[in-house]
Ligand binder design. Structure first.
Ligand code: ADP
Ligand code: MG
Length: 259
């Protein structure tokens, strides 16, 4: 795949749920090795955007192009995954009764062998090295033999990121990774995502503004299914429309939570 131009390109994308337009004529472009943060109030269409890229939801209009010229519109979810688009969902999906290592091992071979065959087969050296280096990346080397169910919430999220990384995606989609994490876990996650973006593109959806400030280079603000504004985090935060629709609501929510 050529590394010039954008890794993902959406043009004029509209998603219609029985008359309700979750995305309206959306244009959205992410470059190679870019870490893009997408923010916006609840219902803005953030998750739907990831659903369109990963093929779960099909638009009624528009183009979705991966890499130089791969049209994703006609492809199934699993075909899109195979092309190199990895998705980490909001809710954890690790096998609690298996160890951290076994979870990674399963993810590495899921596509080729299936669960049972994976558990009884001996991993080869290349596979062992791949899993070990992934453990290093996600900071769970010391916990390789621990039961996944015994991990903290944050550690489970990292394990899942590791499981997606073993598929070696060129584009990684992550929906609200730091929800429920401690401050320290949140910061660690920011460092992790930044290091991952050296080699691949990442689209991360997030609510936590502290986290957004920590990791963001370019931020896209979605509102009612379309891009309200886009740019460096400082510029976006200072945009009065963003303050109005997003940060203003955040303040209201914070004030309500404090009462
Ligand atoms: P966000 O992730 O920004 O909070 P979503 O992309 O999940 O927003 O949803 C955007 C809008 O589309 C919301 O109003 C939501 O209720 C609606 N929506 C999402 N998925 C569906 C669906 N499968 N059927 C009908 N409406 C949906
Ligand atoms: Mg969402």
């Amino acid at each position: 795949m050529s590394e010039r131009g954008s890794i993902i390109y959406l043009e004029g994308v509209t998603v219609d749920f029985d008359g309700f337009k979750a995305l309206r004529n959306l244009n959205f472009i992410v470059d190679y090795r870019e870490l893009r943060v997408v923010i916006g109030p609840n219902g803005a269409g953030k998750t739907t955007l990831l659903d369109v890229i990963s093929g779960k939801v099909k638009p009624v209009a528009g183009r979705v192009v991966f890499g130089k010229d791969t049209d994703l519109i006609g492809l199934q979810e699993h075909e899109i995954a195979t092309l190199g688009i990895g998705r980490k969902f909001q809710t954890p999906s690790v096998y609690s009764n298996l160890s951290v290592w076994e979870n990674l091992d399963l993810s590495l071979k899921r596509t080729s062998k299936g669960v049972f065959a994976t558990l009884v087969s001996k991993p080869d050296r290349a596979e062992i090295e791949k899993i070990a280096s992934t453990l290093e990346t996600i900071g769970l080397t010391e916990k390789a033999d621990d039961r996944a169910g015994a991990l903290s919430h944050g550690e489970k999220q990292w394990l899942e990121i590791g499981m997606v990384l073993l598929q070696d995606p060129a584009l990684l989609l992550i929906d609200e990774p730091v929800a429920g994490m401690t401050d320290r876990e949140t910061e660690q996650t920011g460092l992790l995502l930044q290091s991952l973006a050296d080699r691949r593109s990442i689209i991360v959806i997030e609510h936590d503004m502290e986290f957004v400030r920590q990791i963001a280079r370019t931020v896209t603000v979605l509102h009612e299914g379309t891009v309200l504004c886009e740019g460096p985090v400082e510029k976006v935060q200072a945009d009065p429309r963003v303050v109005e629709i997003y940060l203003g609501r955040q303040k209201e929510a914070d004030a309500a939570a404090a009462r």
